[in-house]
Design a binder for this molecule. Structure first.
Ligand code: F6R
Length: 615
């Protein structure tokens, strides 16, 4: 969480920093701030509680000149969101300003020591301790800023990406990273710094991803230097070329990123599939799997670790791998797995599923499995992020930047990759027959077109949303492949509309949850024609018998369910294992329209951030 931006070069820093903060606002939006060294040598720091817009408003009458600066958008961990706790934080003398993404675990111990040395603190944050520590080290050792930052990083325990500037040296930024992402954009005699590449892409497509334990010296107009924090040697720099476009980062005429991303799914899934299923539909080409064939063929078990929406996609992965590969699968919340003492062996394959590739718990879970000798495979969206860099192999979902905090296109991308992987491994193992392989492969290719069909019901879903905006609670029921889709539908509604919603396996409802049903609690039932269709019909009748109001997601042409329920939304027929790719679409739209009707901030719901880099 939190986003940091930095700039040094020929341009005015402020517009670059503000635009960068807007791009990173999805990472946190409790407060924001900038620090710039003016052309006359002052260190100007401006901060404001709330969104970047509030900062812009506050700063408009201030001195905004300067060709070097750092900026921050915050998701509060230590200390409430207010102007004082907002970054950048300054050292006691006012000489250094620092921005930080991450959490410092030993900040209290360091703070007590610094208090004894006469330092005082104005904020409640862990970050202020870091900048004071840097000043203390420089004062006592009379060393350069680089040496002081390096020594401070050796003393702190925790996760960080930081950038520091020195009022007395307007030609340098020092940056360092440990467990939080940091990208350096390399322009023409100018450098950009950010938590991800989105603030950088409009200026340069050349970037350097800083690795854990590295510190960068960014001097105006000079070559970039990167060193290990622990160790003397300079490390070689690897410049990567970005493939992202600016259009992908704009709303493109939609009122919200979330709506844009929902409607983008036919294209993003076409991109995800592109080149991965041969034109004759007989082969799946996923090199990360093929090159590690033996690992999958010899796997005793697959463990999928993930959080939130990605965990829901993982549950669908379990069905897919068990159906087509006959490999036992466990799906774990990364945050639970990492703090247990799980039994993991070198015969296990661990799949880390993550849109951002930065989720701290997922990263820690995969590191734990790696230590036990498991083969670790990543399925991520953000290219060059921490998880793909920490895994043995993997596969990107290629759905483009997802900016709306509620995940939509990444979920369908993850399920699509899991489906392709499962039939590929099944084919390699001989556990899927040729006809099933070819049917599923052909149906995967039909998904983008079928999603477009579902969009024809957009206005019907919008009308339904009007009817149910009043509700205070919702129940979502599904079975088999669509139980995770029900969980995901409930999560979408909760996180953007703040309506309580519960996802449940339809048949489990009668063991307790059924007590909640009355005419005030709508139930959304996924009742498509699958192997438990008849059973789901009974579950619907159980809800109706208790005066429940039911919205059903049904297979096109189904006229049985429509007679039982209050409202239906049809989705086209497809292989059962791919149905969540279709049933999840109307649930995304329903949640979106209800949240809009309630006047919620759909793209930036309260208390949330897109990239969860805290534990
Ligand atoms: C919900 C949502 C979150 C994320 C979760 C994991 O819409 O987006 O639940 O799925 O925080 O994030 P990633 O996939 O980036 O690891």
């Amino acid at each position: 969480m939190c986003g940091i931006v930095g700039y040094i070069g020929k341009r005015d820093a402020y517009p670059v920093l503000i635009q960068g903060l807007h791009r990173l606002e999805y990472r946190g939006y409790d407060s924001s701030g900038v620090a710039m060294i003016s052309n006359t040598g002052e260190l100007n720091v401006y901060k404001a509680k709330g969104k970047v817009e509030a900062l812009e408003h506050f700063a408009q009458s201030k001195d905004l000149n300067g060709k070097i600066g750092i900026a921050h958008t915050r998701w509060a961990t230590h200390g409430e969101p207010n102007d004082i706790n907002a970054h950048p934080h300054c050292s006691q003398s006012g000489k250094f300003a620092l921005v930080h993404n991450g959490t410092i675990e030993n900040y209290n111990v360091l703070k007590v020591a610094l208090l004894k040395h006469g330092y005082s603190f104005v904020s409640e944050t862990d970050t202020e301790v870091v900048v004071q520590l840097i000043e203390y080290i420089q004062d006592t050792n009379n060393c350069s800023l680089f040496d002081a930052v390096r020594e401070a990083m050796k003393q702190i325990v925790g996760a960080y990406a930081i950038a520091v500037i020195d009022r007395d040296n307007p030609d340098q930024i020092i940056a360092a990273r440990q467990s939080s992402p940091l990208v350096i954009g390399v322009g023409d005699d100018e450098y950009f710094l950010a938590s991800d590449a989105t603030p950088i892409i409009e200026y340069t497509n050349k970037v350097v991803y800083l690795n854990d334990g590295e510190i960068a010296v960014i001097n105006r107009g000079e070559k970039l230097h990167v060193f290990k924090i622990k160790g003397e040697t300079e490390t070689s720099i690897n410049i990567t070329e970005l493939k992202m476009s600016i259009e992908e980062l704009e709303k493109g005429g939609y009122p919200h990123f979330m709506l844009k991303e929902i409607f983008e799914q036919p294209k993003t899934l076409a991109d995800c599939i592109s080149g991965r299923i041969t034109s004759d539909g007989k082969k799946v080409v996923l090199s990360g799997v093929i090159c590690n064939k033996e690992k999958f063929l010899n796997a005793n078990r697959i463990i999928i670790v993930a959080c939130g929406t990605s965990w829901h996609a993982g549950l669908i992965g379990k069905h897919l791998f068990e159906d087509f590969c006959r490999i036992p699968v466990e799906v774990e919340y990364a945050s639970e797995f990492r703090y247990r003492n799980p039994v993991v062996t070198d015969k296990d394959v661990l799949i880390a599923l993550s849109q951002s590739g930065e989720t701290a718990d997922t990263l820690a879970a995969l590191e734990l499995a790696k230590k036990s000798g498991a083969f670790v495979f990543g399925i991520c969206n953000v290219i060059g992020s921490s998880i793909p860099r920490a895994t043995d192999s993997g596969c990107y979902i290629h759905v483009g930047p997802e900016i709306g905090v509620a995940s939509t296109k990444a979920f369908t991308g993850q399920v699509t990759v899991l489906a392709m992987m499962s039939i590929l491994i099944g084919q390699m193992k001989g556990t899927i027959d040729k006809a099933t392989f070819e049917k599923v492969a052909a149906d995967i290719r039909r998904v983008p077109k079928l999603i477009k069909e579902i969009f024809k019901m957009d206005s019907q879903i919008k009308d339904l949303a009007k009817i149910f905006t009043y509700a205070r609670n919702f129940l979502y029921l599904g079975r088999g492949y669509n139980y995770p889709a029900a969980l995901e539908g409930a999560l979408k509604l909760k996180e953007i509309s703040y309506i309580h919603a519960e996802g449940y396996p339809a048949a489990e409802m009668k063991h307790g949850t059924i007590a909640l049903i009355d005419d005030e609690m709508p139930t959304v039932v996924i009742a498509i024609k699958d192997n438990v269709y008849e059973k789901t019909l009974s579950n619907i009748q159980q809800v109706k018998a208790r005066n429940g109001r039911v919205i059903a997601i049904v297979t096109e042409g189904d006229d049985v369910v429509s007679k039982l329920v209050d409202y239906t939304i049809e989705v086209p027929e497809i292989s059962e294992c791919l149905t969540p790719l279709l049933t999840s679409i109307p649930l995304q739209l329903l949640a979106y329209y209800i949240a809009v009707n309630k006047g919620r901030n759909v793209d930036q719901p309260r208390n949330l951030a897109k990239s969860v880099t805290v534990e």
